[in-house]
Ligand binder design. Sequence first.
Ligand SMILES: [Zn+2]
Length: 148
Amino acid sequence: MQDKKIRFWNKEVTLKNTITVCGRDYSIEFLNNDELNKVGDPDGETSGARIGYCDFITGSIYIDERLDEYMARTTLAHEVAHLLIDTLGVNNFFTKDQIESICDIAAQTHEAMIKKGIQYARRTADDRSSSRTETRADDRKNLHPKRH
Ligand SMILES: [Zn+2]
């Protein structure tokens, strides 16, 4: 499978088709909903729309190909959180509903941290610009534009 190009915080980036979690590489595959339901629920035991699934045994993460960038990103982060829970062996500490909540919280934490990271990278790039004479306070103002 080829790497997928996505827009990420106003920049085109390549979403690699693997991700390393606790030292193990997992493949990332975008599937249509029928395929996703087949891998995620082969016996048709659960109902409702499945948008992501991870297979700890085969080392695979599956994402619904119809998701927009935000949903694909947060779904991937959610599935990575599932893999961490499996890798750390703490599944039995929680109910299924609790695990889903933990994974959602992890995904939103990732969203918040990634945005912060991008802002930091922008500021660092600005600092490297030798022609720039504004102060740090100006930099901070630029990072947090007022919304009207
Ligand atoms: Zn989940």
